[in-house]
Design a protein around this ligand. Structure first.
Ligand SMILES: [Zn+2]
Length: 201
């Protein structure tokens, strides 16, 4: 005799993330569901682990149960990976910048000294920068600013921009458990970039 189930049974359990009691339809047993309290993705148990609670909110299902019996795929967030890649790009640019800057440390010091001297003599930062730029152009091929200097300016600017994008993506990605690990790695890389930058000055 076939058993007719009139109504889907409910599974009650405690959210493994925020410990709130939640309830799901038993077709979601052993599957991934979104907790209505903390919005985190948690795996539902096979059977209830909590007693009947009348006022238990129902967990929102993540995907349509079209593939019956199959494990519902976890919503993957790629933002952590994006943050990690951009953080890596930012770090590579920063390392390239310090390498170029170190190779031209004498010229760099010269520019800085010249600027400081002009400022001491009473010119403003803008005029001082212009004067040192003019000096720099004299040193470059054909009266232009040397390539290495343009490169360092571009690298610091792009690295800084990438750094900001990476840290923003990482902070957003931290909210999703599927991308949290990559987000932490991206933040780690950003810290290395920052340390590299501070040490270059
Ligand atoms: Zn929860």
């Amino acid at each position: 005799m076939a058993l007719v189930r009139w109504r889907a049974m409910a599974i009650r359990f405690q959210c493994s993330s925020c410990s709130q009691p939640i309830e799901i339809d038993d077709v979601w047993s052993s599957k991934l569901v979104a907790c209505p309290y903390c919005q985190n993705t948690v795996t539902a148990p096979e059977a209830s682990t909590l007693a009947d609670l009348s006022a238990t909110p129902t967990a929102r299902q993540i995907v349509d149960d079209s593939t019956d019996g199959a494990q519902a795929p976890m919503r993957q967030s790629r933002l952590g990976l994006v943050a990690l890649v951009i953080a890596g790009v930012s770090l590579v640019m920063m390392i390239t910048f310090t390498t170029i800057a170190r190779a031209h440390i004498d010229q760099f010091t010269e520019i800085q000294n010249k600027q400081m001297k002009l400022i001491e003599q009473g010119s403003d930062i803008f005029t001082a920068s212009q004067a040192s730029m003019a000096d720099l152009m004299k040193s470059g091929p054909g009266g232009t600013i040397p390539t290495w200097f343009v490169m360092t300016m571009l690298l610091t600017m792009c690295s800084g921009l990438a750094w900001l994008v990476a840290i923003t993506c990482a902070l957003i990605a931290l909210r999703n458990p599927t991308s949290r690990k990559q987000a932490y790695m991206a933040i780690g890389l950003c810290s290395v970039t920052l340390i590299t930058f501070c040490m270059s000055g």
